[in-house]
Design a protein. Sequence first.
Length: 462
Amino acid sequence: MSTATTVRAIIILIALTTFVDTTLAQTPITITSSFYSAKAGERETELEYEADDDGGLPTATVPCGTAMLGASGANQTWDFTTCVFSSGPLTTITDYGTNVAGDVPMGNDPAFATGNFYARGYDTTPASEASSWSVLRLTASSVTQLGVVGVEEAAPDYDTTLAVNNPVSTALSLPITYLASWSDTTAFTIGSTTFAIAEDNLVDGWGTLVTPAGSIDALRLQNERRSYTVVGGMTVFSDVQYNYEFFSNGLLSAFIYHDDAGTADGAGYIVTSTMTLPVELATFDAVRSGSRAHLKWRTLSETNNSGFGIEHAVDQRPFREIGFVDGAGTVDNERNYTYSLDLFETGVHRFRLKQIDLDGSFTYSPIVELSYETPERFGLLQAYPNPFNPTATITYELTEAGEITLDVFDAIGQRVTRLANGGRSAGRHDIEFDATGLPGGLYLYRLVAGHQSETRTMVLLK
């Protein structure tokens, strides 16, 4: 995870659903925790007004920065209509949820034990398949950040990085009211590099925010951020930023950062839409049966869902798409899906779903894993259940790939069926024996692979 991605993840992006032109209030608003808890299961897109690649605002957009700086105090107007917005597609997305342990990569880390909310920011462009998960603790009095998990998902740089805040960071002190203030100091370490941040926050104004999408009552938060990068005990970088964020009943409607001279010199955005997640994924699991993997997932609802790309990787190699399962389009009831494949090599097999909307946009599911190791011995395991009626599962293990036969015989040595015949990979394999129509009694099953063989017995009760 890049330093820029990590630092941006420290800023919690939490927004309102729509802009609405109303009769604007003449008193300051108050923002409580109830809005944030209601954001679980929502997705936001952003309209960027950063106009170049190095983070600076060129001359044409300086009026936007000046308007955003505006003035502090009561009953102000901050006009964003002069901003020059990017003309490209909306690619910056933030998703919100509450299942930290189940949804967030490394979400079971002990540092996240008290986490009850997350904000996942990512780009949908194929060239920048990176996600940053902010793990949060939401209470009536604050939003604290426990840490950040960064995932670089584009080949060949697949990597997962855990950055734990020590101490935890008070991102927002709640409720947010005019003239409220708080300070915070935190640090996190990635490898041998420590990033330390000290912040002072003051809600220094209230009034009307005017944007290309409409006007809305707002509070303005002034944030002074002092950042230090320490490597081997030596400070190799320090910076001061002056940030301004605008809220309305939880709306983070705009953001800009400025350099230590106070001039407009940074990225900015306005949240343009909030929607329910197009696919509400309830479960996603992977189980192994012999050398075969079975993926199962369940959705609670779907909106404009084209389908699911099945992506697979072994150990730390990059993901690649191995299949596709059609979605249900738009439905408001549960759907169950499955996908199976053979495992041809040992190691830790990782799987994820690439959920693709009808408009081509996509998001990734959490990653699930299962291990597949080469058995240490050739042979048969005891059929299960035993005794059985009418079906039993027979499991066999191969230390190397090769041609095999698996036959079932009755008590007098007559073959009643051949369950397997042909090439099989190394590993553990399961196969079902259905004895429907056969008389009860003792049966033998025999595995042959080259010069090796083994025979076991099972009993059919009727």
